[in-house]
Design a binder for this molecule. Structure first.
Ligand SMILES: Cc1cc2nc3c(=O)[nH]c(=O)nc-3n(C[C@H](O)[C@H](O)[C@H](O)COP(=O)(O)O)c2cc1C
Length: 171
């Protein structure tokens, strides 16, 4: 069994996908891994839109150039009516909650041999219009997915992680 650090190190942003569709049971497993993610006060304000019909994928291509020709994508949003708000300053946990759900699914996909890239470079208003999102639903991430193509490779940024002393302090 792969330990977590190895899984986390080996996962990379996949930007070339094979033609084969992702198996239904793998998609179900990935969605389940998102379902059990922690959220603030367990409010679970996230929503996951599975984009895989021709119509949905055409809409996706109108929202972002970073679709990489995928045939499956998960659009992750959150409902601002449901998310937890911190009473002291009104900070909203929706962004964090949806991001944790997305992270679970991204790592679960890799474990299942499914490549993905987290895409934030999308036009928010296009997403809202194309997928008819109500005013209270906030798009956070699009996880474009598929089996990695044979010639897919991690980008040079993949291994470019700062040393711990640059990001961790002990007090
Ligand atoms: C919040 C977030 C937003 C990102 N948005 C995009 C994007 O819009 N397009 C893209 O090609 N990659 C995007 N990425 C992928 C990052 O560029 C990538 O994770 C980073 O360069 C490290 O490479 P690796 O994932 O291969 O380890 C995003 C990643 C994160 C976490």
């Amino acid at each position: 069994m792969t330990d977590f650090l190895t899984l986390a190190q080996e996962r990379y942003s996949c930007r070339r996908f094979a033609d084969a569709p992702v198996a239904e049971e793998k998609l179900a497993y990935i969605l389940e891994c998102g379902r059990v993610a922690p959220t603030a006060c367990n409010k679970q304000p996230h929503r996951v839109h599975v984009l895989r019909s021709e119509d949905a994928l055409a809409k996706l291509r109108r929202c972002t150039g970073s679709h990489f020709g995928c045939t499956l994508a998960l659009l992750v949003t959150w409902d601002k009516r449901e998310s937890w708000k911190r009473g002291y300053d009104g900070q909203d946990s929706g962004w964090v909650d949806a991001s944790i759900v997305t992270t679970h699914m991204m790592l679960a996909a890799h474990e299942q041999g499914v490549g993905s890239t987290w895409v934030m470079h999308f036009i928010p208003e296009a997403v809202r219009t194309e997928f008819a999102l109500p005013e209270w639903e906030i798009p956070v991430a699009i996880l474009v997915m598929g089996y990695p193509a044979d010639n897919d490779r991690p980008s040079r940024l993949h291994a470019d992680n700062k040393p711990l002393e640059n990001t961790v302090t002990y007090r």
